[in-house]
Design a protein around this ligand. Structure first.
Ligand code: PEP
Ligand code: MG
Length: 310
């Protein structure tokens, strides 16, 4: 079976009745962009740019960030690269940024909140992204958006940087990983080009279970019906506005999760590089109709265990 997955990894993930699901990669550096393509990835659904900021003693310069991004667009050769702006805070600390200690870092200055405080970092990153976007296909995505004000503030900074560079506009999406973003998805959908659901954080925040907790993390199962209902609500709101939804959390890379997510109407699954051939093969093995039926059953389940039993 693994042989078949490897041999077919460059073929698209078409269900048996012809529905295409894009299977793309989660990456953290330029070398992984090339590996993603080699594994059959159809682009990058999540570049975690924070990895470019770790294990060093100062932030990368605009030129360093630009060079890293251009290496990635070259490796992708026209396939899309979704660049997520800096998502530091929570469990990802960066000593040289000298952030104040917090009692609840996962509920603190994290992701886009840090960028809106440290506009020096944010503007440098946005300049690198907008310049690199002129060398290949880049879409931008903001992490940890909780309110429309966050999104609008981030887009305002983006627009001022874009205008100062006289760069063309690019597609802008947001992570859906905070419960308020699900509940307000219809409104958010009017102001972004796409959503990417972060099931890791969405599970943590919906179930109020720390994703890294030594004992709770096991119960924080992304196949819980609460999370599936949230994904479905997001898809419905996006579809009504003519926008698309991807998933870049860990659930997309689990074969059972991938099938249910596709059945809920998710169009793009962004997964770890080694999972790409498996997820593509899984989609090819089923009819979209079957995935939709399974997803509808899963939405009605009462527990994660019931969903897994399906
Ligand atoms: C997520 O929260 O699901 C996600 C993809 O982002 P990260 O794991 O980097 O927080
Ligand atoms: Mg996240």
């Amino acid at each position: 079976q693994q042989d078949v997955e490897q041999q077919t990894r460059f073929q698209p993930a078409l269900s048996r009745d012809g529905q295409r699901i894009e299977v793309v990669a989660n990456i953290g550096n330029p070398a992984e962009a090339a590996q993603a393509i080699h594994a059959g990835g159809e682009g990058v659904g999540l570049l975690r740019t924070e990895f470019l900021f770790l294990n060093r003693d100062r932030p990368p310069s605009e030129a360093e960030q630009y060079d890293a991004l251009v290496q990635m667009t070259r490796a992708l050769n026209g396939l899309p690269l979704i660049v997520r702006t800096l998502d530091i805070g929570g469990d990802k600390a960066v000593p040289y940024l000298e952030m104040a200690a917090e009692e609840n870092p996962f509920l603190g200055i994290r992701g886009v909140r840090l960028c809106l405080e440290r506009t020096d970092l944010f503007e440098t990153q946005l300049r690198a992204i907008l310049r690199a976007a002129q060398t290949g296909y880049i879409r931008l995505m903001f992490p940890m958006i909780a309110t429309l004000e966050d999104l609008r503030a981030a887009k305002t900074v983006l627009e001022s940087v874009r205008a100062s560079l006289d760069a063309p506009p690019i597609e802008v999406g947001m992570m859906v990983e905070v419960p308020s973003a699900v509940l307000m998805a219809a409104e958010f959908a009017q102001e972004v080009d796409f959503f990417s659901v972060g099931t890791n954080d969405l599970t943590q925040y919906l179930l109020a279970m720390d994703r890294g907790h030594p004992t709770l993390a096991k119960q924080a199962d992304a196949l819980h019906p609460a999370i599936l209902r949230a994904v479905y609500q997001t898809v419905q709101a996006a579809t009504a506005a003519g926008k698309w939804v991807g998933v870049c959390g860990g659930l997309a890379g689990e074969p059972q999760g991938a099938v249910i997510l596709a059945g809920l109407g998710v169009k793009e699954l962004s997964v770890s590089i080694p999972s790409i051939p498996t997820i593509k093969a899984k989609i090819r093995g089923l009819k979209y109709k079957q995935m939709q039926r399974l997803a509808q059953k899963a939405l009605k389940c009462r527990t994660a265990e019931e969903v897994r039993a399906l």
